[in-house]
Design a protein around this ligand. Structure first.
Ligand code: HAM
Length: 424
């Protein structure tokens, strides 16, 4: 037993867990590329200021949850708590936005927030995010939401999830809303926590998002009642597009999001069965952020999925690993065949198959099959003297508990069929 344990709120991911995580990531990569999104990878840490400026000084993320440190030259850095600000920094730095054209990017990777760990909430967690720059039309919001929706349907199949939307409006609408909110929140000033006392005047919208206080508020004004004609039309057009695509959604006037950069439409996708941490995807429009961070005026909209929460949902799916796993276990029943089997497994691997073996030390067939079972591998190739003599190999389906014999000279095609059948 080691004296060391994984830091609180972080996890080692291995075995079926890492298989499922990569499966989700690869599904996302394929779908997003089909929609014209290119992958981008940014550093795990950035200048702390980037997040203060973008996520917002008075947000929980910046006030309480950032992992910050000084490097040897005294630079103030932070492990990234989210992916949008780094992507915006990168597109400005590398001039990735061409006027009059849209830029579409996605990213996959770990994020860091010093939150109180609980099921579905970690200090190191993984996100897949997409960001669409350069389009102010509601079609861009629709595309991002539809992508979120289609991806979740591919991953979660028949599981229920629900989309909630709201509009926070532009600076104009927000200023009016802010005044009204400050007015109403004065009634609560003696009841709120010390953080909210500061927020009441500095950034009152954040009060709505406070985990300590938000249950206390009733009859607060709604952002949608303060929208200017442009923002109102934009929000209504988006709703119409969603309706026409047969996407069900709910208006949620309490949805303000925990990050300051949002403008106009925001949304969250929730899935029952996850307890308190049931938001699996969230995002919205952020038309001011590129300019705020030093770029040209560029409208933008995006979202991020919480991979850890998606994995939690898939964990309850017994047999899921078996069905997504493309591994094939190759067992040998006779010591005489070790060399032939070693060479054949090498050839199959070179041909692109994922072949698991553990027979070099002449393990019994029984213990090889037990291992295949423990690894959750559905298909097992078994080579014994009889099969070898007849130029065939046994293909055993551990799930259906049946087997067939396939000819050694057509093994590639047979295995390809098996793997294709497993793919969902
Ligand atoms: P966010 O709502 O802070 O938005 O995070 C997005 C998703 O990441 C959440 O809905 C949740 O599934 C997951 N998540 C957040 N914190 C944790 C945690 N501590 N443990 C596990 N999962 C977590 C953003 O980060 C924005 N950058 C999204 C965005 C992209 N908006 C526009 N573009």
């Amino acid at each position: 037993m080691t004296n060391y344990q994984v830091p609180r709120g972080t996890r080692d991911i291995f075995g079926a867990g890492i298989e499922q995580q990569r499966y989700i990531e690869n599904k996302a990569r394929t779908l997003f590329k089909n929609w014209g999104y290119d992958e981008i990878s940014t550093p795990l840490f950035e200048n702390k200021d980037l997040f203060i400026r973008s996520v917002g000084e008075t947000t929980d993320i910046v006030e309480k949850e950032m992992y910050t440190f000084q490097d040897k030259k005294g630079r103030l850095l932070a492990l990234r708590p989210e992916g949008t600000a780094p992507v915006v920094r990168a597109i400005i730095e590398h001039n990735l936005i061409q006027q009059g054209k849209s830029t579409k990017l996605f990213y996959v990777g770990p994020m860091y927030r010093y939150e109180r760990p609980q099921s579905g909430r970690y200090r190191e967690f993984y996100q897949i995010g997409i960001e669409l720059f350069g389009i102010s039309s509601e079609y861009a919001d629709w595309e991002v939401m539809i992508l979120g929706y289609d991806f979740l349907q591919q991953i979660l199949k028949d599981k229920d999830f629900s989309l909630e939307i709201n509009s926070l409006g532009c600076d104009l609408c927000r200023a009016k809303y802010r005044d009204k909110l400050i007015n109403v929140l004065q009634n609560y000033s003696s009841q709120v926590c010390s953080d909210c006392k500061k927020r009441l005047t500095r950034n009152p919208l954040r009060v709505l998002d406070c985990k300590v206080d938000n249950a206390k508020f009733v009859d607060l004004p709604k952002t949608v009642d303060f929208l200017c004609p442009d923002c109102k039309q934009h929000f209504e057009n988006l709703q119409m597009l969603l309706k026409n695509s047969n996407i069900e959604f709910k208006l949620n006037s309490n949805l303000v999001r925990g990050l300051d950069y949002y403008t106009k439409n925001v949304f969250e996708i929730k899935c029952p069965g996850l307890g308190a941490q049931d938001t699996i995807c969230a995002g919205g429009r952020y038309d001011n952020l590129v300019k705020e961070l030093g770029g040209n005026n560029t409208p933008a909209v995006g979202l991020a999925f919480g991979i850890d929460r998606l994995l939690e949902l898939l964990k309850s799916d017994t047999g899921h690993t078996k069905s997504v796993c493309s591994k094939i276990y190759f067992a040998v029943a006779s010591t005489e065949l070790l060399q032939y089997a070693s060479f054949l497994s090498r050839k199959l691997r070179l041909d692109g198959f994922n072949i698991i073996t553990d027979f070099y030390d002449s393990k019994s067939l029984k213990s090889q099959l037990r291992q295949a079972n423990d690894l959750g591998i559905r298909y097992v190739l078994i080579l014994g003297d009889e099969e070898y003599k007849n130029s065939v190999i046994q293909l055993k389906d551990m799930l259906e508990k049946n087997h067939t014999f396939i000819k050694l000279d057509s093994i590639n095609n047979e295995l390809k069929n098996v793997i294709n059948q497993q793919k969902i």
